[in-house]
Design a protein around this ligand. Structure first.
Ligand SMILES: *Cc1c(COP(=O)(O)O)cnc(C)c1O
Length: 411
């Protein structure tokens, strides 16, 4: 009989968001009149920017006429979008990239998963804990791990705890690793890496001949000056890092789908025979074979994000979310709850009051405040005792949620 991929069976059945959905459903069934406020799942809620919508429509109109029709585009994305990104998103940071070093895609969830195609399964992987679950689960799926233990750690994967004690900055792995996942600004903790901290990682990767997979999905939310928006702001990073970016949170593209991956030409890895080869060529080959490009109107819409008008509108929406973050953070602090993040990222990572378990706090919050959030333990064992609230709601709902929490926990 045909064999299935047994690695999938190692994955924990009760995935975080379905479990939350189940509990929310149960609550709503027994409390039909309660007005629930959802600050759980990390999805945007504000509409696309008008300049983006205009370009999106224009892109579709182009497809309606023979003279401007577009069929298959380049698998790597159109040069006009890539060059706009180079000029508007990277050059202002002092980072120069070549057109062939950026690959447009349908989002960075897929890219951060698909990138594993170009790496041997024998590589050791280091992952933060808590973490965006995609990095961990995709490594389990390709067979890079053994079974999970009762805490949720998979054999063979190196976990780097990020807790209050180390200011959510992981220590370097104690053993030799080949691939290191970093996400800054961080989901779920909402914290950032300073230039010095990122430089230490680049130096570490260079010295240990490891590669950093850097997820910058939330770079547009950085509000403090001096915090790097790209790992390539650090000298030497082009030889040791791949960067993922996304239009999802930056410009509300979660339902539109567009992202990009940077694979610099300098970035090398070793063949079985010990020869060093450029990974750029491999990723190009991978995309050329397994991907047929992002739709033309979507790329038109993405390019409009970088027009003067588009960028101003996108930034206005980000400010709206970040105002929410401030209201949540200050409101919770006033209620005596310790929180992190919320300054350079749309997430507030709070310590559960009284040190109760993450799921106990979830139950308390939904039952007593009618507010839904995400238990920190769902992002990894070191997230136990923490809880994530998202700033992607409406101002009104956020204010109401904070009010209810203050009534319950405030003095
Ligand atoms: C939301 C998010 C992304 C974006 O994923 P897309 O597939 O581009 O929508 C990437 N990384 C992290 C950590 C995220 O939270």
């Amino acid at each position: 009989m045909t064999r299935l991929n047994d690695n999938y069976l190692k994955l924990k059945a009760g995935y975080l968001f379905p479990e939350i959905a189940k509990r929310v459903k149960e609550f709503s069934k027994t409390n039909p009149e309660a007005k629930l406020i959802r600050l759980g799942i990390g999805d945007v809620t504000r509409p696309l920017a008008p300049a983006v919508i205009k370009a999106f429509h224009d892109g579709i109109d182009d497809l309606a006429k023979a003279e401007t029709f577009h069929g298959y585009g380049p698998e790597q994305g159109y040069d006009w979008l890539i060059n706009t990104i180079i000029e508007k998103a990277y050059l202002p940071l002092g980072v120069s990239l070549k057109t062939n070093e950026i690959f447009i895609s349908d989002g960075s969830k897929c890219d951060s998963a698909n990138i594993l195609d170009i790496f041997d399964t024998s590589n050791k992987v280091a992952i933060c804990d808590p973490v965006y679950p995609v990095y961990n689960d995709t490594n389990v799926m390709v067979g890079r791990s053994g079974e999970a233990d009762e805490k949720g750690y998979y054999a063979g994967i190196v976990y780097m705890p990020c807790t209050e004690e180390n200011h959510f900055t992981p220590a370097f792995p104690e053993q030799k690793v080949d691939l290191i996942y970093l996400c800054y600004p961080n989901n779920p903790t909402g914290t950032v890496a300073t230039r010095e901290q990122l430089k230490a990682w680049v130096d570490y990767a260079t010295k240990n001949k490891a590669i950093i997979l850097f997820d910058a999905a939330y770079e547009a939310f950085i509000s403090e000056p001096g915090i790097p928006h790209s790992i390539y702001e650090i000298e030497g990073a082009k030889s040791c890092a791949i960067e993922f970016r996304s239009f999802s949170k930056t410009a509300g593209f979660t339902g539109v789908r567009c992202g990009l991956t940077v694979v610099p030409e300098e970035l090398m890895a070793m063949t079985a025979g010990g020869e060093e080869l450029s990974l750029n060529k491999l990723w190009n080959r991978r995309q050329g074979t397994k991907f047929n490009g992002v739709s033309y109107p979507v790329q038109k819409a993405a390019a409009a994000v970088y027009s003067d008008e588009g960028w101003a509108q996108v930034m206005e929406t980000i400010s709206y979310y970040m105002e929410n973050a401030k209201v949540i953070k200050e409101g919770l602090a006033n209620a005596g709850i310790t929180c992190y993040g919320g300054v350079n990222a749309p997430y507030i990572w709070l310590k559960t009051p009284g040190g109760i378990g993450s799921w106990d706090f979830f139950n308390k919050l939904i039952n007593e405040c009618h507010v839904v959030g995400t238990p920190g333990s769902g992002f990894g064992p070191s997230g136990e005792g923490y809880f994530r609230l998202s700033a992607f709601g409406s101002q009104q709902n956020v204010a109401e949620a904070v009010n209810r929490i203050q009534k319950k926990w405030g003095k």
